[in-house]
Design a protein around this ligand. Structure first.
Ligand SMILES: [Ca+2]
Length: 155
């Protein structure tokens, strides 16, 4: 059975002019709990990693279809216009993507068509809606492009 995401909007949805942050528990898969750091502003990938660490959390790694499915469901139902930063990168070695939480290469993937764009400008992973906005997939992006909200995990 798929875990159901606990979704609540909170005050940040109404705080367009105030930077606020709250932790939204997306759900749990096995022993791993996914937590979105929601705020009124997008941040870049590097900042996302720092924000997870500052909360004592890891930058999220989606290591199987159940974990990915939970985030896709959450993303599709709640944050259609918000991209989620994921803790995957190939910044150490071009084309060799790994999860920063474990330092392991990606065993499971959910890349969008024509992704990842393997060049030295696109080194950081985010999840974004594709097609009819109901299925989110992974995309490569510039690490310093402030386009997403940090997804963290506790294990
Ligand atoms: Ca790259």
């Amino acid at each position: 059975m798929q875990p159901q995401p606990r979704i609540f909007l909170g005050l940040c949805a109404f705080a367009a002019f105030v930077q606020c942050q709250q932790q939204v528990t997306v759900g749990k898969v096995g022993s791993k709990t996914f937590i979105l750091l929601e705020g009124s502003k997008n941040v870049d990938w590097e900042t996302s990693e720092s924000m997870c660490k500052a909360k004592g959390l890891q930058f999220a790694a989606l290591e199987n279809s159940r974990e990915n499915g939970l985030i896709v469901m959450f993303s599709s139902s709640f944050i259609r216009d918000v991209h989620v930063c994921l803790g995957g990168t190939d910044k150490k070695s071009e084309g060799h993507w790994y999860w920063v939480a474990s330092n392991k290469p990606l065993a499971y993937t959910n890349w969008a068509d024509h992704e990842p764009q393997n060049n030295t400008y696109y080194n950081c992973m985010m999840m974004a809606p594709v097609g009819d906005n109901t299925k989110a997939k992974w995309q490569s992006n510039e690490c310093d492009n402030a386009q997403c909200r940090p997804l963290c995990q506790s294990v």
